[in-house]
Design a protein around this ligand. Structure first.
Ligand SMILES: NC(=O)c1ccc[n+]([C@@H]2O[C@H](COP(=O)([O-])OP(=O)(O)OC[C@H]3O[C@@H](n4cnc5c(N)ncnc54)[C@H](O)[C@@H]3O)[C@@H](O)[C@H]2O)c1
Length: 303
């Protein structure tokens, strides 16, 4: 058993914490001693309406259990207000869990601008706004932990979720970039792709499995990623049903043509198998590693 993970001096924002997976995160952070800002706009899964009671109920639950929490009813698109709530009540911000989300599922040929824009706004712009407002405080105190909520629909794709998948994999791009910028200030940034039985997945997952995919089974990973004990950054983790795994990029070793001699589409076709052959594949961890084979090809044909 590792040392206890505690957050006595830490302040945590969980967005979309009025229900589902976010509620479970908020409850678990509070149980570990964190002061928690329970943010939730309280709208529908489709992103319509607003209701303060969602966040208020979770705050009441935390307080009844002896924890410390305050509600925020702002949309994540007003991220500065959510961070201000943390500062006003608790004087600091240490951990941001970007969890709020909606669905506007449609096949691409039926997609309209409103569905595309709203999904982008809540997931990407919302996570940007909250994190952007917290960032200077984390830099100044030389400490921060940020968790973004991605999805297997972004990593692997899913029918009818082009808007959602775009937004969710966009958040992983944001994770990778902020991890690089945050490292020197001890701001560590990771992403999760959770699966949980919530109102978002009700009717989509068979009832027996739905029951077992308890949202609280996602939260221990998020509490760990939000803790001082976690020293990993830039990670992407699939999590649900009590199982956790890490995802990484894999790229074939590829095939190099002579850039000076030139090559055409037929040469690409003729070498397609080798281009796509994952034998001894590389797992580039950063841009330098990613460019290695390309640079080696230039070198090979230099002179
Ligand atoms: N449940 C799953 O299997 C699953 C799978 C992949 C990703 N996710 C992601 O996990 C996160 C949590 O989803 P969930 O399943 O708990 O769904 P949920 O609908 O139960 O929770 C989402 C919460 O976000 C809140 N919210 C929505 N828009 C908001 C806004 N603009 N500002 C503040 N709060 C807002 C909602 O009111 C809701 O309480 C989402 O980002 C979702 O995309 C969930």
């Amino acid at each position: 058993m590792s040392d206890a993970i505690r957050f006595e001096d830490k302040v945590v924002i969980v967005t979309g914490a009025g229900g589902g997976i976010g509620r479970a995160h908020a409850l678990q952070f509070a149980r570990h001693g964190a002061r928690v800002v329970v943010n939730d706009l309280g709208g529908s899964t489709h992103g319509e309406g607003a209701n303060a009671s969602a966040a208020d109920r979770v705050v009441a639950e935390i307080r009844e259990a002896g924890g410390t929490a305050v509600a925020s009813h702002d949309s994540v698109t007003d991220g500065d207000k959510i961070v201000q709530t943390a500062l006003d009540h608790f004087g600091r911000i240490d951990v941001v869990v970007n969890n709020a989300g909606i669905l506007r599922d449609k096949t691409f040929h039926k997609m309209d601008d409103a569905d595309w824009d709203l999904v982008y706004k809540v997931h990407v712009e919302g996570a940007y706004k909250v994190t952007r407002a917290a960032w200077p405080h984390m830099r100044e105190q030389n400490y921060g932990r940020v968790i973004f909520t991605s999805s297997t629909s972004g990593i692997y794709g899913n029918f009818g979720q082009s808007n959602y998948g775009m937004a969710k994999l966009g958040l992983y791009g944001l994770t990778r970039n902020l991890a690089i910028e945050g490292r020197k200030n001890n701001i560590l940034v990771n992403a999760i792709a959770p699966t949980g039985g919530t109102r978002m997945t009700e009717g989509l997952i068979p009832p027996q499995v739905f029951e077992q995919l308890k949202p609280e089974l996602v939260s221990p990973l998020v509490v760990f990623l939000g803790s001082e004990q976690c020293q990993d950054t830039s990670g992407l983790f699939e999590v649900g049903g009590g199982w956790i795994g890490k995802v990484r990029w894999e790229r074939s070793l590829g095939f190099g043509f002579d850039p000076k001699a030139g090559f055409d589409a037929e040469d690409v076709a003729a070498n397609w198998q080798r281009i796509c052959d994952f034998t001894d594949a590389a797992h580039p961890a950063d841009n330098v590693e990613a460019l290695r084979e390309m640079m080696a090809n230039l070198q090979k044909y230099a002179l």
